[in-house]
Design a protein. Structure first.
Lengths: 197, 466
């Protein structure tokens, strides 16, 4: 059975189309490489006026210190959540949580490399002395796998990985995974850093 | 007043606990994207073979489809290996290489049908087997080289290997001459191989290692002239040695393309390492001077230039070794037009060697301008990924190696496609991944493996060391 001219024409055009689809698929997938990371709308400026409702709960105005208590007091990570109607007109009270939207970089504020920074993505940041960490801190007070920062429901959390000398958030030792407020100092060994916009 | 909601979300109850630390299992986003693109690429490859059969035979024959399926199996094996040994490797390189390789096999198969060749005589079957071998070697490279900096240790070994591979075809009894160029080696009557293809990898490693070690003297000192800092006379040693090497390739192996490839590679890596334009100008001057002298004194180079400049002259067209092939290729491209005659429905076999040097003309005839541009876009993406890896790299050796390896693919495409489309004089080189030829496939798949390894190390590096 010989395929008709028309079938062949359609097939041949379809082939070229799929070939180009493949190429545009690749270009679409690497668009962040070509045009940079997408600019995110700041969700804090005017929550009530924002045309798009929040996809994620707005920052909880609870001091981070509240969570840095012994495990008995707060066994779970932050559990507070606002309903959207309630939260929208509320002004910001306590320090603002560092979320995937608000925190864009990690800045070293003291220690040998004070002033350097690197951008935060969505991947966890591991901190420790071993060279497979994302942030390698080589001093006498840092453990091999000391701590990690990760996104938990869009909030940056710091978790101490049973380090010898501890991880300190605003001067309090981190015992359970704790959400990190923006511009709060996290101290590991002789180095401290902050998450900033 | 603390505004605390009384309702707690169940999802947040399961916040990570300290205590026993478990390994973090992250979804392998990059690998899943790669898998998706690979499935698409293998689908397109299968479609190409089926279209060739429908167009040329009018029916679907399962023999080569089976071979193609086994090839797809190997590519997926490589994907699985990547999931274990290079989780963060670039997800685009493997699908692009797979697609180019598959389109090449389909086109070679189409020309086999026209020449009525089957079984082991069929170039498509051999190409498929070579592809399998090449992918297996690429997997081996991924498994053996766990960190590209290992290669830095063997800089001078790589240089020695590269130069000796380059000179291997000149050894009496081992070298073979194919259509004028002595760039092949063979054992007895079978298994011919082009060692120069592998040499380009070894030389890229050597140049990268050498330049990282010695670039200070090549970039810092020298007199300023015309706004550029020119090197001292005694620092000209390396560039003169490489120039002499490529000139000897032109004279003794009678291969213009290979010489241009190696010299261009060295020049680009030198520019990358020193950041000085004067080296590029100096090198281009040297090469053009050498090529000009060669075109006056060497008969075959002279012929290439005549064919290029005066291709449509009937006297040149009819001459032995004249522009017949070049012009046939151009006619084929013209016949293809915008969308081509369709796979299996053109007459690409009218051009001599349509499956190797002229595969781009064959593809241009059957897929048209739209298809050729798609193929060029694939090369562009592949090379751009390589440059990106070099750009993101943190050690200088990795940067130079990544850019050098991908530039070699770009330059090779330019030399051969430029030759076929009469932009530059035609010189015999293989189109990476597409053209029939085992050594080229092996070399290019090893380059793919090295780029994947490089991209994995680049992404896994610490972002900041305090």
């Amino acid at each position: 059975m010989n395929p008709s001219e028309l079938t062949l024409l359609v097939l041949r055009l379809a082939f070229l189309l799929v070939l180009w689809l493949f190429i545009f698929g690749i270009v679409y997938a690497l668009r962040s490489d070509l045009f940079g990371q997408r600019v995110r709308k700041m969700s804090t400026d005017a929550p009530a006026a924002a045309p798009v409702p929040f996809a994620t709960p707005p920052p909880a105005p609870v001091p981070a210190g509240a969570f840095a208590q012994p495990p008995a007091a707060s066994a779970s990570a932050p559990t507070e959540q606002f309903s959207r109607q309630k939260a929208a007109p509320l002004p910001q009270a306590g320090p603002e949580k560092a979320t995937a939207q608000t925190a864009t970089r990690l800045v070293i504020t003291s220690g040998p490399k004070a002033g350097t920074e690197f951008p935060l993505g969505t991947e966890p940041v591991t901190i420790g002395r071993s060279s497979d960490s994302s942030l390698v801190i080589r001093d006498d007070y840092t453990s091999t796998h000391h701590a990690r920062l990760m996104l938990w429901h869009d909030d940056w959390m710091v978790q101490d990985l049973d380090s010898t000398n501890g991880t300190f958030l605003d001067g309090k030792r981190v015992a359970v995974p704790t959400s990190v407020p923006l511009n709060a100092t996290v101290k590991i060994g002789a180095t401290s850093f902050e998450l900033r916009r | 007043m603390p505004r605390q909601s009384k309702t707690t979300s169940d999802a947040r109850e399961a916040a990570p606990q300290t205590g026993k630390i478990r390994r973090l299992h992250l979804p392998q986003k990059l690998r899943n994207l790669e898998l998706f693109l690979l499935i698409l690429a293998c689908g397109i490859n299968l479609g190409a073979v089926v279209l060739v059969q429908l167009g040329a035979l009018g029916q679907i024959d399962t023999t080569l489809v089976l071979l193609g399926a086994s090839l797809s199996g190997l590519v997926f094996a490589m994907h699985i290996v990547l999931r274990f040994v290079a989780r963060e490797a670039d997800p685009f390189i493997l699908p692009i290489a797979t697609l180019l390789n598959g389109i090449g096999i389909a086109m070679i198969y189409r020309i086999d049908i026209a020449n009525e060749e089957a079984g082991w005589a069929s170039a498509a079957v051999r190409q498929t087997v070579w592809s399998g071998l090449a992918i297996a070697l690429a997997i081996a490279v991924l498994l053996i080289i766990r960190n590209h900096r290992v290669l830095f240790r063997y800089t001078y070994v790589a240089g020695f290997v590269g130069v000796s591979l380059l000179l291997l075809p000149l050894v009496p009894g081992l070298g073979r001459e194919v259509s004028g160029a002595r760039v092949w080696i063979g054992f007895g009557s079978f298994a011919t191989f082009q060692p120069g293809e592998i040499a380009k990898i070894a030389l890229a490693v050597f140049f990268a290692g050498y330049l990282v070690r010695n670039r200070d003297s090549l970039s810092m000192v020298g007199k300023k002239f015309l706004g550029m800092r020119f090197p001292r006379l005694r620092d000209l040693g390396p560039i003169l040695v490489v120039w002499a090497l490529s000139m000897s390739v032109i004279i003794f192996q009678r291969d213009l393309g290979t010489a241009l490839l190696y010299f261009g590679l060295f020049l680009v890596m030198l520019y990358l390492a020193t950041g000085r334009l004067s080296w590029v100008l100096l090198g281009m001057g040297l090469f053009l001077g050498g090529a000009l002298i060669a075109s006056q004194t060497l008969e075959y180079v002279n012929g290439r230039f005549t064919n290029w400049l005066d291709a449509l002259n009937p006297a040149v067209y009819d001459a032995a070794g004249g522009s017949y092939q070049l012009v046939q290729g151009l006619f084929g491209l013209a016949k293809g037009g915008l969308i081509g005659t369709g796979l299996g429905q053109g007459r690409p076999e009218l051009t001599p060697v349509p499956q190797s040097d002229y595969i781009i003309a064959s593809l241009g005839e059957e897929l048209g301008l739209a298809g050729v541009f798609a193929i060029l876009a694939l090369y562009l993406l592949l090379v751009a990924r390589g440059f990106r890896i070099g750009f993101a790299g943190q050690d200088d050796f990795g940067k130079l190696l990544g850019v050098g390896l991908s530039f070699v693919i770009a330059l090779q495409c330019f030399i051969v496609i430029g030759g076929v489309t009469r932009v530059i004089p035609l010189t015999g080189l293989t189109t990476p991944f597409l053209a029939a030829g085992g050594s080229s496939l092996v070399a290019n798949w090893i380059i793919v493996a090295l780029l994947l390894r490089l991209s994995d190390t680049v992404r896994n590096q610490p972002r900041l060391v305090v």
